[in-house]
Design a protein around this ligand. Structure first.
Ligand SMILES: Cc1ncc(C[n+]2csc(CCOP(=O)(O)OP(=O)(O)O)c2C)c(N)n1
Length: 658
């Protein structure tokens, strides 16, 4: 291996060596502990240390790095206390995740490290978000993010590279091409000569670097990083290396030809560098032995500390209280001046007021800038707030939601407009796995609002009509808001933006231009999780939300023989259980109306809540009325049949007469 072309100082060379060695010796120790059952899984980075160490050393300590499962060297080179790392792997409370997640699945803002989620690719888009924050704030900082060769086949990789290139984001994308993705060799993973060539398609610069040569990694990456700081842009690096152990320890390396392992063992990044340092009299054998014994002592003493740390004390209330970032809601009362506006204008005003209040708030979405979005909700915003804050995005929902996560890591609020709520499917993974779980896992909140234009009744067919709130109410860690009136839409949208947790904000398209109300001017908010009684009565409770609220009102307005509690839930998570329970205890009868198809929808959940809490007060079975369990048809007659309203009127009358 050629180390001779380096102009590095002796001290730097020794530092690089020591950092690689620390990572190797920790791993060797962990492999022993793994066999003793003292830690859970282990993903080995043995043979790949030069990449983690070289990249980390090239960055300033306040520049973010997003490592993967084989990048122990990133953590140790950033000098994370070893006792805390060891506690993390043992599931101790004092680790980075209070025992809630294992191995390298955590981040630490203090050390500017954001760990992976198991799904591999999402962090590439998160790096874009961090870099976007750096670029908007002209900090001249670089963000480095890692992926394996296997991970480059994921959509997240392609979306993240594309967004970074279109927006000229200062991201160093690092591929560690180590020959295998689990057991599958690279020729079954991709079909191009070099992974670095993928950059060409995105209009991006790329380099291939010998990932086993610490001097090459450090000097080349340092140069590239300096140039990115001067001229912000993404650069793709393909590091050539090899995975010397199994995917994880239990899976072995039987499928790896011996000759490959032999060939790459001759390229070991640490042994080769040690030989170089000794033969060039930079270190002698005793120096190396001393460095090793100091590191080993450090490992052992930190392990002793970690062993003494406590496991988390299982406590249901504590766990549940830690799913969302705590936030003290402070009411801002509405202005007395009111204007009669449409539902759609209320959304627009809520956004506008929030853009004024938070001067770093960013809105992202397809066609939302000059064009104003397909529903024209952000019309004029780009002229008022500029292109940095009102961003047209490429068509890549996953990546943009990940970008929003990256912004949140940098304490920046953002709103993502899904062009239609249906298209959230293309960004489903980051929502349910990243945004929802991040705070619980390692205390990093996702300060994001996803705006979801949704709903049927407009003849838009199966892919532009869904109301898919139940996919998200099922997932702990997400808040779900679903207003039915302009006043609520504006106040609740403002509150959703104030809330530091991820909120899915459903806007029923059929209400956009059909529902008007006198709405206060200026900024006001409304608490999330509070239902609203639209009518009061004694005979029956109707529970609903969104567009069906208006249908229910229409239907009960025709009935003058009975009185109803009509509850508009307004927010589904948190759900105002008390409003439901106290009303049903009073009326003794409940009917739940939802636009979503029946099976597994919110009505089923509410029905169970009523059964469990009001059984002795019920005078009749709880009735759910919902759309058919089919996709949403386009033709009007079929769509009307799909929707629940005719059935609702029949069921309501049956229940009244029960
Ligand atoms: C979306 C997803 N699919 C599959 C897996 C299972 N899995 C975990 S790591 C891995 C291989 C990753 O290979 P590569 O990206 O090359 O990284 P390496 O492990 O080689 O460092 C697989 C298939 C996963 N974690 N996430």
């Amino acid at each position: 291996m050629n180390y001779n072309n380096s102009n590095l100082k002796t001290i730097d060379l020794i530092d690089l060596f020591t950092d690689m060695l620390r990572s190797r010796l920790i791993e060797e120790k962990m492999l022993i502990l793994l066999r003793q059952g003292k830690i859970s899984k282990w993903f080995s980075g043995i043979g790949q240390e030069a990449i983690s160490v070289g990249v980390t050393k090239s960055l300033d300590s306040d520049e973010f790095i997003l490592p993967m499962h084989r990048n122990l060297g990133v953590f140790t080179t950033r000098n994370i206390p070893l006792s805390k790392l060891f506690s993390q792997w043992q599931g101790k409370y004092s680790g980075f995740t209070k025992g809630r997640d294992r191995s390298f699945h955590f981040g630490s803002i203090k050390y500017n490290i954001v760990g992976m989620i198991s799904h591999l690719g999402p962090q590439l888009g998160v790096a874009d978000g961090i870099a976007l924050h750096q670029k908007i704030n002209k900090t001249n900082k670089v963000t480095a993010v890692f992926t394996g060769d296997g991970g480059t086949s994921e959509g997240d990789f392609h979306e993240a590279l594309n967004v970074a290139s279109v927006w000229s984001l200062p991201v160093l994308f690092c591929i560690e091409n180590n020959g295998y993705g689990l057991s599958t060799e690279t020729k079954e993973q991709y079909n191009c000569k070099n992974l670095a060539d993928k950059a060409i398609g995105y209009g991006m610069e790329s380099h291939i670097i010998d990932g086993n040569n610490i001097v090459e990694v450090y000097t080349k990456i340092s140069e590239i990083v300096k140039s990115i700081r001067k001229k912000p842009r993404p650069v793709l690096i393909e590091f050539l290396t090899f995975r010397m152990r199994g995917h994880e320890e239990a899976s072995g390396t039987k499928y790896v030809p011996d000759k490959l392992l032999k060939k790459w063992s001759l390229k070991d990044p640490i042994i080769n560098f040690e030989n170089y340092l000794i033969s060039n009299e930079i270190l002698n054998y005793k120096d190396v032995a001393d460095i090793k014994s100091l590191i080993k002592e450090d490992i052992n003493s930190n392990l002793e500390i970690a062993y003494k740390e406590k496991f988390p004390n299982p406590d249901i209330d504590y766990e549940i209280a830690d799913v969302f970032k705590k936030f003290k809601f402070k009411i801002t009362s509405p202005n007395k001046n009111k204007t009669n506006i449409r539902f759609i204008d209320a959304i627009s005003e809520g956004l506008d007021e929030s853009m004024k209040k938070y001067n770093s708030l960013v809105i992202m979405g397809q066609d939302i800038a000059q064009y104003g979005g397909v529903f024209k909700i952000t019309e004029g915003f780009v002229d008022k707030y500029g292109k940095e804050r009102v961003r047209n995005t490429p068509i890549c929902e996953s990546s943009i939601i990940e970008v929003a996560m990256g912004l949140s890591i940098c304490d920046t609020k953002s709103i993502v407009e899904l062009q239609f709520g249906d298209f959230i499917t293309s960004g489903f993974n980051p929502v349910v796995n990243y945004l929802a779980k991040s705070y619980y896992r390692w205390g990093q909140n996702a300060d994001i609002v996803l705006r979801m234009p949704c709903g049927a009744g407009v003849g838009a067919g199966p892919f532009h009509s869904q109301t898919n709130e139940a996919w998200f109410t099922k997932t702990p860690g997400l808040k779900v808001v679903y207003p039915a009136f302009p006043f609520d839409a504006k106040g609740l949208l403002i509150s959703s933006i104030e809330d530091p947790n991820p909120v899915l904000f459903f806007e029923h398209k059929a209400l956009y231009r059909s529902i008007r109300q006198d709405v206060p001017e200026g900024y006001y908010n409304l608490p999330l999780g509070k239902a609203c009684n639209l009518t009061y009565g004694d005979d029956l409770t109707i529970i609903t939300y969104g567009a069906p609220v208006h249908k229910a009102l229409e239907i009960i307005n025709k009935i003058d023989t009975h009185t109803f509690d009509l509850i508009d839930l307004r927010s589904l998570c948190p759900l105002d259980k008390n409003a439901i329970i106290s009303s049903v205890k009073k009326t003794g009868k409940a009917i739940i109306l939802q636009e979503d198809s029946m099976f597994g929808g919110l009505a089923s959940e509410i029905s169970s809540i009523i059964m469990e809490n009001c059984f002795e007060y019920l005078d009749a079975p709880v009735i759910r009325v919902a759309s058919l369990d089919t996709p949403i048809p386009f033709e009007k007659g079929l769509e009307d049949q799909y929707l629940p309203y005719d059935r609702f009127e029949i069921e309501l009358n049956k229940l009244l007469n029960y």
